[in-house]
Design a protein around this ligand. Structure first.
Ligand code: ZN
Length: 149
């Protein structure tokens, strides 16, 4: 009986409306400076798009912190440089940086955080890059994001 109940719970979870799964994505970061996704396409039908960052490693945020920062690809280097200046107290993101479209908090191993992307700020055909702004991570921890059809 107990088993049957858990199967029902699972079916209920699977049968959620399709759009609920399309306007969100989960990305993992690990202790080896890797994101598990190289690109993300945001459907333009979504008003908002939630990105959940999961740190699957074991190291703390002071030594292996990860965040999810999104901006135009052309702005990535400048956003990253200013974020490094802002320092750990600001989660390596400059406060009120108008070039930053979305930025999560900085997390360590075993933690997760969700950030919302305002889809209305994305333009079709523009090239966006998401990256981790922890010092030294952006060179390898990055991927491209675009507004899809
Ligand atoms: Zn990182």
């Amino acid at each position: 009986m107990k088993r049957k109940l858990s199967v029902l719970a699972l079916l209920a979870a699977i049968s959620m409306p399709a759009w609920a799964g399309e306007c969100e994505v989960t990305i993992e970061g690990n202790d080896a400076l890797q994101f598990n996704l190289k690109s993300i396409v945001v459907p333009k039908a979504c008003d908002r798009f939630n990105v959940t960052l999961e740190h699957t490693g074991k190291l703390g945020r002071q030594v292996m912190g990860h965040n999810f920062v999104l901006g135009l690809t052309a702005d990535q280097m400048a956003i990253n440089a200013d974020g490094m200046q802002a320092g750990a107290a600001s989660d390596y993101v400059k406060a009120d940086d108008p070039r930053v479209i979305a930025a999560s908090k900085l997390i360590g191993g075993g933690e997760s955080t969700t950030v919302e992307i305002p889809v209305g700020k994305l333009e079709a055909g523009a090239s966006y890059t998401y990256f981790c702004s922890f010092p030294g991570h952006a060179a390898v921890m990055k991927g491209t994001l675009e507004l899809g059809g």
